[in-house]
Design a protein around this ligand. Structure first.
Ligand code: IPE
Ligand code: MG
Length: 218
């Protein structure tokens, strides 16, 4: 969900207002995903590298995440969305961690759309943590294989993405779902995340539908 800062600059508002606008863009996209019959949607909310931003911006982001959870929780419950977080869970402030847990608990029995929120997430950190878990559980070298490693990722139940949409004109992966995106299709759009909406989601899926996926085959 990239481009909040540039959106703020373009609208001559604070970067926090840009993030707030970004937080409001999520609901219409979730609703559109449900309408389109998408079963699983992952969003990149905060990376392991985002902690390096100024203390003021990080604090504002944490507050906005908290506000967003409170604002969206009732609707997510009503719409049958099951929300889960993936990423490190030891660095968010306790009060936010509690809200994240509450969102997961409140949506636990929903099954219409799986919403995965990558928070304090980094693809490399995830792979390092998975390797550590393999070692900790005494996995022998012969037993290290793709299935064993995949089972040690943060959310083994999360399906690999078919399509990754990158907003704001950037054309890089930025440490998102490195393992899971091995065969994902990418769609890049110039649109800044706060301006991204249902029409753009539909357009990205139409583009995806025109791709021919070969998974390395012929
Ligand atoms: C993405 O928007 C949101 C987060 C990283 C939390 P940015 O803040 O990266 O926006 P730009 O890249 O500065 O426009
Ligand atoms: Mg950015």
């Amino acid at each position: 969900m990239d481009g909040n800062g540039r959106w703020a600059t373009a609208h001559d508002v604070s970067v926090a207002e840009g993030h707030r606008a970004g937080s409001r863009a999520l609901r219409p996209v979730v609703e559109a995903a449900i309408d389109l019959g998408i079963e699983s949607l992952a969003v990149y909310a905060f990376s392991t590298e985002n902690w390096s931003r100024s203390a003021g911006e990080v604090t504002a982001l944490m507050e906005i995440f908290g506000e967003t959870i409170e604002r969206e929780l009732p609707d997510l419950v009503a719409q049958g969305v099951r929300a889960r977080f993936l990423g490190r869970d030891d660095r968010a402030p306790d009060w936010l961690r509690e809200k994240m847990d509450a969102l997961e608990q409140a949506t636990l029995s929903n099954s219409r759309l799986a919403l995965w929120i990558a928070f304090d997430y980094g693809g490399r950190a995830e792979l390092v943590d998975a390797a550590r878990r393999l070692v900790e559980t005494g996995t022998t070298p012969e037993d290290v294989n793709e299935a064993a490693l995949a089972a040690c990722l943060y959310e083994p139940e999360m399906p690999d993405p078919d399509l990754v949409i990158r907003t704001s004109g950037e054309q890089r992966v930025s440490n998102f779902l490195l393992w899971q995106s091995a065969y994902a299709e990418y769609v890049f759009t110039e649109t800044l995340w706060p301006d991204f909406g249902p029409e753009e989601l539909r357009a990205a899926i139409e583009e995806y539908a025109r791709r021919r996926r070969r998974f390395g085959g012929r």
